[in-house]
Design a protein around this ligand. Structure first.
Ligand code: IMP
Ligand code: MG
Length: 185
């Protein structure tokens, strides 16, 4: 595995800014759902780090579930629009207040199909919270209620986001200079 220092273009969001903003989001969500119970659906795997930090700032009763979705072809860095649910929920969401927690929304295809599927199961409400929003890249409209940071169109990694499944463990978000990135095969 290549050292991230060899291909990082810049640190886009340092750890302290992430933590500050996530605390704000948690507070806002706790106020909005003050008299309700939340069912968080974390989208694996990128949303895991964000969800676990966000959870610490939520003060209302909350349950956590996971879904996994795959939309990229093997080794590709662009959404194909061909979305597959690879891990579905184990729980009934009917009449529950569902909040989808995702790392990043790019073209929008992934979440658009997750929303479409979950709507058929009759939740009481269904909203999206994404850490990052690459808004310039949107190809299909997805209603996002909570956004951590709008970001420019660049490939980012760290804090849950991967390049070829690596670098999710970094506590900050960096932008990659992909011309300097050398995947080993
Ligand atoms: P979309 O379907 O194009 O909106 O893609 C969303 C998914 O693509 C996210 O859940 C991420 O897993 C992945 N993704 C999109 N952009 C990036 C990026 O810059 N770095 C890492 N993963 C990304
Ligand atoms: Mg993802």
């Amino acid at each position: 595995m290549q050292d991230w220092r060899d291909f990082i273009h810049e640190v886009v969001i340092p750890e302290h800014r992430l933590q500050e903003r996530i605390a704000e989001l948690g507070k806002e969500i706790s106020q909005d759902y003050a008299d309700k119970e939340i069912l968080i659906i974390c989208i694996l795997r990128g949303g895991v780090m964000f969800m676990s930090d966000l959870l610490k700032h939520i003060t209302c009763p909350v349950n956590v579930e996971f879904m996994a979705v795959s939309s990229y072809g093997v080794g590709a860095r662009e959404s194909t629009g061909n979305v597959r649910i690879t891990l579905d929920l184990n729980t009934n969401i009917k009449d529950r207040h569902v909040l989808i927690v995702e790392d990043i929304i790019d073209s929008g295809y992934t979440l658009a199909s997750v929303v479409e599927l979950l709507e058929t199961r009759d939740p009481a409400s269904l909203y999206i919270c994404t850490l990052l929003d690459k808004f310039e890249r949107r190809e299909i409209d997805v209603p996002i209620r909570y956004v951590g940071f709008p970001i420019e169109n660049q490939y980012v990694f760290g804090y849950g986001l991967d390049i070829d499944e690596y670098y999710r463990n970094l506590p900050f978000i960096g932008a990659a200079d992909l011309s300097k990135y050398a995947p080993k095969h």
